[in-house]
Design a protein around this ligand. Structure first.
Ligand code: ADP
Ligand code: ZN
Length: 721
């Protein structure tokens, strides 16, 4: 009799065996419907020898219901799912879920009814209808999605459908995307760009696993360089995946891609509509989608014919997923390339120490772009010691920085002020009674946002209108803002330089591709003089008239104190400094700090990257930190404080005793309360020889916890809060 083993999408269940019904032809990778009690769940047929399970006698097996109308998941993708689950101590089903990330796509070919404004008017116009119609201008989507866009109920829109104001449109869900043209434009590469591009193109032709680190200073043209091997993959009829860290920022990238290849690439990120999602997924699976540009989750798409992977800005911490399966997309990308037998390139001006180390030890081949394209010089960097050059009372910018901006205004050039803090002020307190506004769900202060007149938590999204009086003592007009956010810096610039046109660039103001495009256009046409921005503006942008970058508080990132703080500060400041002087005019960078002697700051000012990496490497080696040793965290949480504490204690009590493995905690996490959950942490530090994942798996599987307790494992953690 024919039987198969399935990985089913339910983390609580192990692999299950099923009978293959007469006439059904099924093999590894097929996505199937499996009976489970009275229900049906989705499963993936797997090689049974790779999924140990209990042998159920043949007569007890239930038959598979059906094979879903999608191509089977390829063997390389199945190996990637296994590796990811194993390495990050996650369940196979939770990783498999990331591959089957579009419910709609699994149902097979389909058309869908979308709606758009017909141009007609309702019989009776209400303010609500009017607002909805305004919001839906130019949109076409399902009723549910339109309701989301317009912020009204489905019912309101159904009313508009009945009156013919919204008209139905039949759409083929999976219509193909326009074809990219590898030779749409020709680019003249510089000498070093050409060497790197040729090496990568040759690797694409070789179709073998080959990891590369493209290490190029800001403005060296890394994008132009890796576009060549992308073109080569296209010529060979193979698919390409480009991972970008901040998908909100892709506008500039999409534009450049279109100029080079004649079409925009296929997009993949978490805010796609369900219809866009299924269309992308099915075209990726059929092999028709040529170049996918996506956030980290694109790594698990079912490519049929993948030929090349790019991880751009590979040092970015947003490649690290911080909940669910806590994986690092940069590392998983290398593994996907390994299983697919293809080249992968990590591109960055400030590579992670881990990546540099891999290059140094010869695991990754290193490609260098040592100078800016077109002869532009790297900017001059200088520090402003805030203990000497004090800003005026209640202000945050030293006079020298203000003078620098004023000079640029005069010359019709632009300035960028960088502060990685959204909002107006990070803390609000009552002058009368000392009350501080805290988030009810998190161990965090509420951040004042003056534009929207709200206090907001940046961890859980909790918001409340800024009150006129202190909620504790009732005193009116007694609330004071402590410390600066970007909005406050913008106010200060406006006050000290009244002629400057200032724009605050954060995820609050650049929250859609349209707004990002508008911002770029305004800078390019010179309608903005001073940009005040968070890390959102540290990368990707290329503004030739931007000649001054001011770092408002370089010490901010060092305060967190975790082992990567120095590296992160270096990367952030180097990236934002890289925005200055990218055109023909030279750039200047002024770094405000209270610790000009700190090794990170000194290395930045001296432009001595090697010195910084050497010191950092030594420090990591001594601490047994990555890449020399390994870390893992266990995070125990519950909505009930006592329950979380008890679970943490029990886990701590049975900690394994393994040589070369140090286990710290359990202790309340620095964010002891996050999104309404009380949290405890344990931290492990191990030599590379320790089979860390096996140890953790054995340890944690020996305990059961109440259903409200969550125990998460974070291998190679980035966050320690
Ligand atoms: P990086 O990503 O390395 O910081 P970019 O890829 O943004 O650098 O390139 C910087 C600027 O130089 C961009 O405007 C880009 O279009 C331009 N550029 C780079 N290489 C070339 C080239 N070979 N031909 C024309 N323009 C180039
Ligand atoms: Zn909160």
């Amino acid at each position: 009799m024919n039987r198969v083993r399935c990985l089913v999408l339910n983390a609580a269940l192990g692999p299950l065996d099923y009978k293959v019904p007469e006439g059904m032809s099924v093999g590894p990778g097929h996505v199937v419907e499996c009976p489970l009690g009275p229900r049906t769940i989705i499963g993936i047929v797997w090689e049974s020898e790779r999924l140990p399970g209990t042998e159920v006698p043949a007569e007890k097996l239930r038959p598979l219901r059906s094979i879903l109308p999608v191509p089977p998941l390829s063997a390389p993708l199945r190996r990637l799912i296994e590796w990811t689950a194993d390495y990050y101590v996650a369940s196979l089903s939770s990783v498999a879920r990331m591959a089957l990330s579009s419910g709609g796509a699994l149902k097979g070919p389909a058309t869908i009814t979308e709606y758009r404004l017909s141009g007609g008017m309702p019989e009776r116009m209400t303010p609500q209808r009017h607002a909805a119609m305004e919001a839906l201008e130019g949109e076409q989507a399902t009723i549910r999605e339109l309701a989301g866009i317009a912020g009204v109920s489905d019912g309101v829109l159904r009313g508009l459908v009945n009156q013919g104001v919204l008209e139905p449109v039949e759409v083929d869900c999976d219509r193909p995307f326009d074809q990219a043209r590898p030779d749409f434009t020709q680019v003249d590469l510089s000498e070093s760009q050409k060497i790197a591009a040729d090496t990568l193109s040759e690797a694409v032709r070789q179709q073998k696993f080959a990891p590369y680190l493209l290490d190029g200073v800001t403005g060296s043209g890394k994008t132009e360089t890796y576009f060549e091997p992308v073109a080569e993959a296209l010529r060979m009829g193979r698919q390409v995946l480009v991972l970008l860290p901040e998908i909100a920022l892709t506008e500039n990238f999409l534009h450049r891609f279109e100029e080079r290849f004649g079409v925009t690439p296929v997009l993949w990120h978490s805010s796609l509509k369900s219809t866009q999602r299924r269309r992308a997924w099915r075209n990726v699976a059929s092999g028709d989608a040529q170049v996918v540009v996506g956030a980290r989750s694109a790594l698990f798409l079912p490519f049929r014919n993948l030929g090349f992977i790019v991880v751009d800005e590979a040092h970015e911490t947003s490649f690290k997923q911080e909940d669910g399966v806590r994986y690092n997309a940069r590392d998983v990308a290398v593994m996907r390339a390994h299983f697919e037998s293809i080249p992968v390139v990590l591109a960055s001006a400030t590579p992670a120490l881990e990546s540099l180390q891999m290059a140094e030890s010869g695991v990754y081949a290193k490609l260098d772009l040592p100078s800016r394209f077109g002869g532009a010089e790297l900017p001059d960097i200088d520090t402003i010691d805030l203990t000497e050059e004090k800003p005026p009372q209640g202000m945050w910018l030293a006079q020298r920085l203000i003078d620098g901006i004023a000079e640029r205004l005069e010359r019709k050039e632009q300035s960028l002020l960088f502060l990685n803090r959204r909002g107006y002020a990070p803390l609000t307190l009552c002058r009368n009674c000392g009350f501080r506004f805290q988030c009810p769900n998190c161990s965090a202060w509420l951040v004042e946002h003056r534009f929207t007149r709200r206090l907001a938590c940046h961890h859980c999204g909790h918001e409340t209108p800024s009150p006129a009086a202190c909620p504790e003592c009732g005193e009116p007009d007694c609330l004071v803002a402590c410390g600066p956010g970007v909005e406050r810096i913008a106010d200060e610039v406006a006050e000290r330089l009244p002629d400057a046109r200032v724009f605050v660039a954060t995820s609050d103001t650049l929250n859609s591709p349209g707004r990002a495009a508008e911002f770029i256009a305004q800078v390019e046409t010179g309608a903005i003089d001073v940009i005040v921005g968070t890390q959102l503006v540290t990368k990707g942008f290329h503004f030739p008239e931007l000649t001054l970058v001011g770092v408002v508080d370089a010490d901010l990132g060092l305060e967190g104190g975790d082992l990567r703080a120095g590296e992160r500060t270096y990367q952030q400041v180097a990236q934002v400094a890289g925005r200055a002087g990218r055109g023909s005019k030279p750039g200047e960078v002024l770094i405000q700090t209270r610790h000009p002697e700190a090794s990170v700051i000194a290395a930045l000012a001296a432009g001595d990257r090697d010195a910084f990496y050497e010191a950092e490497t030594e420090m990591r080696r001594e601490a047994g930190a990555p890449p020399f040793g390994r870390w893992a965290s266990i995070i125990i949480s519950s909505e009930d404080e006592a329950e979380a504490r008890e679970a943490a204690r029990r886990i701590g009590d049975v900690r394994p005793d393994v040589p070369d493995l140090m286990i710290l905690g359990p202790a309340p996490a620095p964010m002891a309360l996050l999104r309404g959950r009380y949290r405890y942490r344990m931290l492990m530090n191990a030599r590379r020889s320790v089979q860390l994942q096996d140890v953790i798996r054995r340890w944690l599987s020996s305990l059961d916890h109440p259903p409200g307790v969550r125990v998460g494992v974070d291998v190679d953690p980035y966050s320690f809060v």
